[in-house]
Design a protein around this ligand. Structure first.
Ligand SMILES: CC(C)(COP(=O)(O)OP(=O)(O)OC[C@H]1O[C@@H](n2cnc3c(N)ncnc32)[C@H](O)[C@@H]1OP(=O)(O)O)[C@@H](O)C(=O)NCCC(=O)NCCS
Length: 168
């Protein structure tokens, strides 16, 4: 993710997180801290942003700050690929664990995280502005052996072309 992506990322953020969207300035601040942050966008074959994700890593912990995929592309593996980038970056930076928080009423995100090996370790009651609990989930990186396999019957990637644009 670069500064040039922020107008579109923020437009998506407001649509995807109606209750607690980050202000644009928060994304700017995150990008300004490359030493402890790593942000990515996923683009389709035409260069349109279809997802984004960000990690904070202050050793020994890495935190998934945000992850989102546009509704038209949900369920097609984009979130998995973004999450894989974050986890691999956390490992590259030497983190011991990846933590994240997820709304109790967000089963798709929870399924994704469980599928990747995250386990619930804590609940923060009424954490979100609208009173919904946050589930805190943890992935110990010594258990990480790469993303779970998700390939078509012929072994090919079933999700078509996708470019993950690195921040640098
Ligand atoms: C959560 C979110 C990022 C997931 O992105 P996505 O691109 O849909 O994710 P993927 O397609 O890679 O993976 C999710 C799927 O993996 C699936 N999965 C779980 N176990 C699986 C397995 N063993 N084999 C195959 N798929 C599996 C999940 O069930 C889920 O699919 P489903 O909802 O159709 O059941 C996306 O839904 C989103 O942006 N939601 C709105 C914003 C949001 O809630 N962000 C998370 C904040 S914590």
């Amino acid at each position: 993710m670069t500064a040039a992506d922020l107008t579109e990322v923020h437009r998506l953020e407001t649509a995807l997180f109606p209750v607690d969207a980050w202000p644009l300035q928060m994304f700017r601040d995150e990008l300004a801290h490359a030493d402890t942050r790593a942000y990515y966008v996923a683009e389709d074959g035409d260069g349109r942003i279809i997802g984004y994700a960000g990690l904070m890593c202050v050793l020994p912990i890495a935190d998934v700050q945000t992850i989102a995929v546009v509704p038209e592309r949900e369920g097609a593996g984009v979130g998995s690929r973004l999450l894989t980038l974050l986890i691999e970056e956390a490992r590259r930076r030497g983190a011991a664990d990846v933590l994240l928080e997820v709304r109790r009423d967000n089963p798709r995100a929870q399924r994704l995280y469980q599928w990747f090996g995250f386990r619930q370790i804590h609940v923060r009651p009424r954490y979100y502005r609208d009173g919904v609990d946050a589930l805190i989930m943890q992935l110990p990186l010594h258990e990480w052996q790469g993303p779970p396999a998700r390939t078509g019957a012929d072994g090919a990637d079933p999700h078509g072309p996708l470019t993950e644009k690195d921040p640098s």
